[in-house]
Design a binder for this molecule. Structure first.
Ligand code: ZN
Ligand code: ZN
Length: 400
């Protein structure tokens, strides 16, 4: 269990340069090293391509159903076991690190880090901050009581007003949040808001950004329209989630603020195909068309302009199995190398883990994906996990 491993005869893909090199890869104590001690277990990977383990920067590991309104009344222990299975399967799909975009907490992150559950390294934000009637308020119109019991498995918490959002942000930071998630526009899986609404006042958003920055953390905002995205970027939000309806001004703001865009195309694709079977209410299903087609156009526009684009999926419930299909959707408007960078080097930058993950450099975690085929030539190599020969995490072979 010391995480030492020697990969022999490897074809190594460096996502930063897009170049292949032939050679051996050494891992000691969970990290990539120059050399291995004598007697280290070795694995011959001749004929396969080795790249860094994949990073998905927008997941909800606790989303055991697409009916998010039912989560707060579901047993936390049941949801935790669902999350354990979801995380285990993400690892099988080559994702050695994920960033949770609301729902996961320090309990799941600690359990993963201690080896209690099998899954990707986990960055979490706890509950997403939402205004009353916002994307994180799961009440239907007829529900007036709010049950914010902190032990329940909801994805959001409602806070209104500058003082209340400061307290909510501080409370999530107190629980170890790696970033603060805010709902800055309407969404699909929320019962009472509209996609084109902006959410939170400028004063509230700014207060949340300042609290995150005070703790050396950052804010990620759920936002669809240019109006919501541009406002969030101007107020200091670092990571825009979805961003399907951005405009030219958004692109300028991403570049001038050095911000990240995290599209989540596959979730719309999956929701359209089978969302209703997985508990997505009819009212939410009808919202999908508003954002489906626009997402690819937004990705193309941002990518061409040099915006830092990161891989995200945002899948819910039984639709998690489509996670790798995001690679194929993006390849319609990006080169395979650009898509691979979004799930390795650029994602590592967003997670503030540059040089630690998403790279084969000496000193990085030995999180590796060994695949059959050339992913620079055919993105299908990553879009279909049947091409994976091994998944390695911290120098341990966890698949294959
Ligand atoms: Zn969202
Ligand atoms: Zn999400």
């Amino acid at each position: 269990m010391n995480g030492s491993l020697l990969l022999r005869n490897a074809t190594l893909l460096d996502p930063a340069t897009g170049h292949y090199t032939e050679g051996d890869l050494h891992c000691v104590d969970g990290r990539i090293t120059e050399e291995c001690p004598d007697g280290t277990r070795s694995l011959d990977v001749r004929g396969a391509v080795v790249l860094p383990g994949l990073i998905d920067a927008h997941v909800h590991v606790t989303a055991s159903t697409a009916d998010l309104g039912s989560l707060p009344s579901t047993s936390p222990s049941y949801v935790a076991l669902h999350a354990a299975r979801t995380m285990s399967r993400m690892l099988d799909r080559g994702f050695t690190t994920v960033r949770d975009a609301s729902g996961a907490d320090y309990g799941l992150a600690d359990a993963q880090a201690e080896g209690l559950l099998r899954g990707p390294r986990l960055q979490f934000c706890g509950r997403a901050l939402s205004q009353t009637g916002g994307h994180g308020d799961s009440r239907t119109r007829g529900t007036n009581v709010r049950d914010d019991h902190p032990c329940c498995a909801g994805l959001g918490r409602v806070a209104d007003g500058v003082d209340a959002v400061r307290t909510a942000a501080r409370d999530e930071l107190r629980k170890g949040a790696h970033h603060i998630k805010v709902m800055a526009s309407g969404g699909i899986a929320s019962p009472t808001d509209r996609i084109d609404s902006t959410q939170y006042s400028a004063e509230e958003l700014r207060a949340i950004v300042l609290e995150a920055e005070a703790a050396n953390r950052y804010v990620a905002a759920h936002a669809y329209t240019a109006r919501a995205v541009n406002r969030a970027l101007e107020l200091g939000v670092r990571s825009i989630e979805h961003g399907n309806l951005i405009d030219d001004r958004s692109v300028e703001l991403f570049l001038s603020h050095d911000a990240f865009l995290v599209p989540t195309l596959v979730t719309y694709w999956a929701l359209k195909q089978e969302g209703r079977e997985h508990g997505l209410p009819e009212s939410s299903w009808r919202k999908v068309d508003e954002v489906l087609g626009a997402g690819l156009t937004a990705l193309e526009r941002a990518s061409r302009a040099g915006v830092k684009v990161v891989f995200g999926t945002d899948l819910l419930g039984g639709m998690h199995r489509h996670q790798n299909h995001e690679f194929r959707l993006r390849a319609e408007v990006q080169t395979p190398l650009e898509v691979i960078r979004s799930a390795t080097t650029t994602a590592a930058d967003l997670l503030n883990l540059t040089g630690e993950i998403g790279t084969l450099a000496v000193g990085a975690y030995a999180d590796l994906l060994v695949v059959e085929g050339d992913p620079l030539d055919d993105i299908g190599v990553l879009a279909e996990p049947k091409h994976f020969r091994h998944v390695i995490q911290g120098g341990e072979v966890v698949l294959g």
